[in-house]
Design a protein around this ligand. Structure first.
Ligand SMILES: [Zn+2]
Length: 311
């Protein structure tokens, strides 16, 4: 039986290297249904397309109220042309017209967006940045993704590749980054580099994750606490540039590193207070993200409404 059309839902998909997460939401951002599946291990375009199309078809038949689908993916995208130009999770992909390929199976309108932009959008609408019209969001994992919200709208740049905040350089002579530049903040705070630096500084080769450093710090290891604070200070230097450019109300920080808690955030704040040009920098909120690992799917779902022409 056809449901009444006042109730509309959107489906957001978060295409990760390990898992594909899906969330069906209503216009208030409430989750109606959630799914998670392993990403096909071959990571070939065709099997990913079939996996995504199957998931959409299944959820759309369970929830005929769905009016649009948002798809968040890591990598450099051309959102306008609906193309994934390159993605760290799918190294063999080059200029893949993912939306066009899925649309062969699916009738619903589809929209493609960078996964960090989806994260920023979700935190802006329903998470830690709720109520802020101007905010920046950083999600820190192996790499650092970023999103920019200006006057309540996602800023995409001229091709949709804007917001790569992890590639702000804090040292022109710093280590070489995968993007081609040197001394990018990703190269210090990205989890792999964080772990490498921690092993060296703390002379502890058993450290395998930022969480391990956090455990040491929480157990009273002062060197570990100092290391976390120093890493926070490095990120704070990038935040200073962001504050000077954007004058945001808040900077939201998510991903595993955000769980480092107070010493990390105190480090960020220290750099921001010491270095920011704008006197109001002390009023910029620097907050841990609120929505956890579902933020990507939620933000993609917010865009699904856009695809279905309801904001
Ligand atoms: Zn870089």
């Amino acid at each position: 039986m056809q449901k009444r059309r006042e109730t509309v839902y959107s489906l957001g998909l978060d295409l990760g290297g390990t898992n594909v997460k899906g969330a069906v939401i209503d216009t208030e951002g409430r989750i109606i249904s959630q799914v998670e599946e392993a990403t096909p291990p071959g990571k070939e375009v065709k099997e990913i397309v079939v996996c995504l199309a199957d998931m959409i078809e299944r959820l759309a038949s369970e929830h005929p109220e769905i009016i649009g689908v948002g798809l968040g993916s890591p990598g450099i995208l051309d959102a306008e042309r609906k193309i994934i130009r390159a993605s760290p999770n799918f190294p063999s992909w080059s200029n893949v017209p993912l939306i066009e390929l899925i649309a062969r199976y699916i009738k619903l309108p589809l929209i493609l967006e960078n996964d960090a932009n989806c994260f920023a959008l979700a935190e802006h609408r329903w998470g830690a940045g709720r109520g802020c019209r101007h905010l920046l969001a950083l999600t820190i994992g192996t790499g650092i993704g970023g999103g920019i919200i200006i006057d309540g709208e996602l800023y995409r740049g001229s091709t949709g590749a804007g917001g790569e905040l992890g590639h702000i350089s804090i040292d022109m002579n710093g280590p070489k980054c995968s993007c081609g530049s040197y001394g990018c903040i990703e190269r210090y705070i990205g989890s792999r580099w964080f772990v490498e630096a921690a092993r060296q500084k703390l002379s502890d080769s058993s450290i395998n994750s930022p969480k391990d450093v956090n455990i040491l710090s929480s157990a009273g290891n002062h060197a570990a606490a100092d290391f976390i604070a120093k890493q926070g200070e490095l990120l704070g230097i990038a935040c200073v540039s962001l504050i000077n450019i954007f004058d945001p109300q808040a900077i939201i920080i998510g991903g595993g590193i955000a769980e480092l808690g107070d010493p990390f955030f105190r480090g960020i704040r220290h750099s921001v207070n010491e270095r920011s040009y704008l006197k109001l920098a002390s009023e910029v909120k620097i907050l841990p993200a609120d929505l956890g690992t579902k933020a990507g799917a939620l933000g993609a779902a917010a865009l699904g409404f856009e695809a279905g022409r309801i904001k």
